[in-house]
Design a protein. Sequence first.
Length: 493
Amino acid sequence: MPLATPADATALNPIVAMPAHALSDAIRRRELSCVEVMRAYLAHIDHVNPKINAIVARRNADALLREAAERDAQLEAGQWLGWMHGMPQAPKDLTAVRGMVTSMGSLVYKDQVTPHDSIIVERMRAAGAIFIGRTNVPEFGLGSHTYNPVYGTTGNPYNPQRTAGGSSGGAAAALAARMLPVADGSDFGGSLRNPAAFCNVYGMRPSAGRVPFGPSPEVFLKQLSYEGPMGRTPRDVALLMSVMAGHDKRSPLSLRDDPAQFSQALDADMRGKRVGWLSDWKGYLPMEPGILDVCAQGLATLDTVGCDVIDYEVPFAGDRLWRMWLTHRHLMVGGQFRALVQDPATRKLVKPALIWEVEGLDGMTGLDVYQATQERSAWYQTVLRMFEDVDFLAVPSAQVFPFDAALDWPKEIAGRSMDTYHRWMETVTPWTLAGCPVISVPVGFNPDGLPMGMQLIGPPQADLDVLRLAHAYDAASDWVSAHQPAALWQAAN
């Protein structure tokens, strides 16, 4: 029985139901007090969160209400901190927040209180956000299924027995369940896109360098994992991007473009824009039955807004991409966490996927890495040529619908064996490697009521164009607003 329910089928506190941009406007105009907003969200979280376990490490409610009162006093004095003034926020439990535990879902770090903010947390704090807790993640952020030995499993808002995706699974689930107005996430192998698809929200992986990362002990090689915004509308995604984006000297390859561009109106004429549909890469990517059918609804919406959707074949072998992906992934993940696996005391505490990533470094040479970067460069040049043919590309955000949350990961898709813990997410990896801006947009549900999404991909650094396309798409569809996971809160009011 589908859990997606028409929006008017059940009562929901109108404060938590508001899009983030409308909530921000209401706070700024003092139509709502920050205390009212905080009370509404905390009450809703108390009722809904135990059913899906999306927000963890929650802070004391009295302390949060005091902070909200301080935000109201600032408004009374004419001081508006920014777009997130007084808004509840729960940073992903992979990013550092001053004075809070950053566990990364690991028993190794379950008591680690970080002494500083990450760059994006600094910016959200400066923009007026109030941090109420953390959003749950897979252990070390590995894989696209959110479960760990510290906080447990995050359930899908549309069926809590199914996965919410990952690694930003807690963020996506909290958004869909109306427990947060917007959410931050991060994405190496689809961690913003896959959970957005699984939870019927929007999640954007920005262009390489758009959002600075750190502070970090390594700032040059780490160019495949980026933080980005999630929301229930592209407008909300863009506004959070305006907070997160912009150069920081601690992140030397971050872009110097003015982030204010993302706070402007997103209205744009999409008539005649060419969208290349990649489908399943001519059969290279196995797909669970029904995914391409559901994505056809998204393609029809693009047609409705005036886009010319064409079938497009990628002129690059998928297995070449996967081989270079594995080298880069072992290098980045294995290099970062090698010490934990080498130490017997911590090795016994970590998940097998991390050990596999670290052991993938064994026998790897500098020449192997150089050749993989050459292959990645060849792929990048191919992508640039592809965008001479089309304005955007589109491909499914996932190869399976949300699966049983009791599983570690899907071992096969459509009869084809998955040989690694992340092979089932292969549809997202080419765009990570190319550094393109990508947003996952909702495209509908299968007969079991499980959501799916579709990636809209733009040329490198064309983040604003991608957001404009998503905005036009959202205006012509109603997947988020009309198909809420209302079974979670039907008895709330």
